[in-house]
Design a protein around this ligand. Structure first.
Ligand SMILES: Cc1cc2nc3c(=O)[nH]c(=O)nc-3n(C[C@H](O)[C@H](O)[C@H](O)COP(=O)(O)OP(=O)(O)OC[C@H]3O[C@@H](n4cnc5c(N)ncnc54)[C@H](O)[C@@H]3O)c2cc1C
Length: 407
């Protein structure tokens, strides 16, 4: 594989770089001296910057041109990420909307939904949130219990609870998975809805993390009514629609990982600044190991990009990149903290947020155990886990689980 830019890619990179040279001073400063810290101000400024990026064609670039994108391929999207990182400016604020939910609406939405929702999403005028997880439906997403019941006038009444809902506090809309037919087995009988977050009966409560921020929320739905045309991808077809979102989630996390800043060079520079640590054989050995793994992730990322460029969807093995990146970054954070000492966790330290946020990333986008199970079953051909719920109506599952627990 030739990893150098083709002449067309080099031209594209130069165009992006020139745009960033001209506009990077308009980006909000989120780290270091002069950084804004108030979460609401951060969100406001990042949304403004997202609008700027959209204007320059750097947001949602892989979206088709009729919906405001540039219709470019995944390599160009990686080039944009690399150039944003090089310029030291943030990416879009609504990564979930632009990276995952917009593409889901493009794939499954009606023309009216695409016309209404995609433009304001891309510009950051309307932020979106992903309302899939529930207290008893995370890894086992098909266990969703939020109920949607159709009314005589065609509208739907929603009741239930969602959790871990990133950005719900800023969101105008949520893309929400709810159960519409409990008599069908659990992967059937779910439907995807567009939920206006200011609808009557929606309550949003922030969940504060160890990093000090409250990026995600729990959302309660009490007799919330949404119109018939809020269904995305067909009634009882929510699992299929949701799988599209999860596929884009995997790509967003995978292809964006280098722009998250978890790179060997960054950790090496921090460790190298400490003369004693940089000569310590144990530190060098530990760093060498994790740097080699991060390098392997980078190279296998190129394989995934090539697959995408060739029109293929990267398979479940791509999940390994997420596991390795997160685990290496956690180890690197520990190593940096060992070397720097307690100051690594001081509020103004560039490492504090990374160290406290990363353990959460072990769960986001699929936990390590689930990703490893999937790789075991689908890539290595190991025997699947026993499934007691196959073909059983969702409404009968509780009784079966109780019997299983009592046996
Ligand atoms: C930072 C962050 C942001 C998030 N943002 C969103 C969001 O915007 N919208 C949204 O819908 N969700 C979001 N999530 C939720 C995320 O998708 C879930 O955390 C994830 O699916 C895991 O579900 P859970 O937390 O309920 O853990 P559980 O599924 O309860 O798992 C608990 C533990 O049991 C293990 N486990 C479970 N089943 C198995 C099995 N079969 N075999 C072996 N081990 C198993 C898991 O690996 C894990 O260690 C976010 C999560 C995080 C951390």
């Amino acid at each position: 594989m030739d990893l150098n830019d083709t002449p067309e890619q080099a031209e594209y990179r130069a165009k992006i770089r020139a745009w960033l040279d001209e506009h990077k001073d308009e980006a909000p400063i989120l780290q270091g001296e002069g950084a804004i810290t108030d979460p609401d101000e951060v969100a406001r400024e990042q949304r403004k910057w997202q609008a700027k990026l959209a204007e320059g064609g750097l947001a949602g670039a892989t979206w088709p041109t009729e919906y405001g994108g540039q219709g470019v391929g995944p390599i160009e999207s990686v080039i944009i990420n690399q150039e944003l990182q090089r310029a030291g400016v943030p990416n879009v604020f609504d990564v979930i909307g632009v990276g995952m939910l917009g593409p889901t609406i493009i794939a499954h939405g009606t023309e009216e939904q695409k016309d209404r929702y995609l433009g304001p999403m891309l510009n950051g005028d309307e932020v979106w949130c992903q309302m899939f997880s529930e207290p008893a439906a995370g890894s086992d997403l098909a266990a969703v219990q939020t109920r949607a019941v159709q009314q005589d006038d065609g509208s739907w009444k929603l009741n239930g609870q969602k959790v871990w809902t990133t950005n719900a506090q800023y969101a105008t809309y949520g893309l929400m998975l709810a159960r519409t037919n409990p008599e069908a087995h659990k992967h059937k009988g779910m439907t995807m809805f567009i939920l206006p977050m200011d609808a009557e009966g929606v309550t949003i409560r922030g969940l504060r993390q160890i990093s000090g921020e409250a990026e995600f929320n729990e959302v309660f739905l009490d007799d919330v009514v949404v119109d018939a045309d809020s269904v995305v991808g067909g009634v009882d077809n929510g699992w299929g629609t949701g799988l599209t979102t999860l596929m884009f989630e995997r790509l967003t996390i995978g292809l964006g990982s280098s722009s998250f800043g978890y790179r060997g060079r960054r950790f090496a520079e921090a460790l190298g600044e400490d003369e004693v640590a940089s000569r310590n054989s144990e530190v060098r050995h530990d760093f060498g190991e994790l740097a080699a793994e991060l390098e392997a992730v980078r190279w296998s990322g190129y394989r995934a990009i090539s697959a995408l460029q060739g029109g293929q969807i990267p398979g479940p093995e791509f999940g390994l990149a997420k596991i390795t990146t997160v685990n290496c970054a956690i180890k690197a954070g520990d190593l940096v903290a060992d070397v720097i000492g307690p100051e690594a966790l001081a509020e103004e330290s560039e490492w504090a947020y990374m160290i406290s946020f990363l353990p959460g990333l072990k769960s986001a986008g699929g936990t390590e155990e689930i990703l490893r199970n999937t790789i075991g079953e689908r890539v290595l051909g190991l025997p699947p886990e026993p499934r007691l719920d196959k073909g059983v109506p969702f409404s009968e599952l509780r009784a079966i689980e109780k019997e299983g627990a009592a046996a």
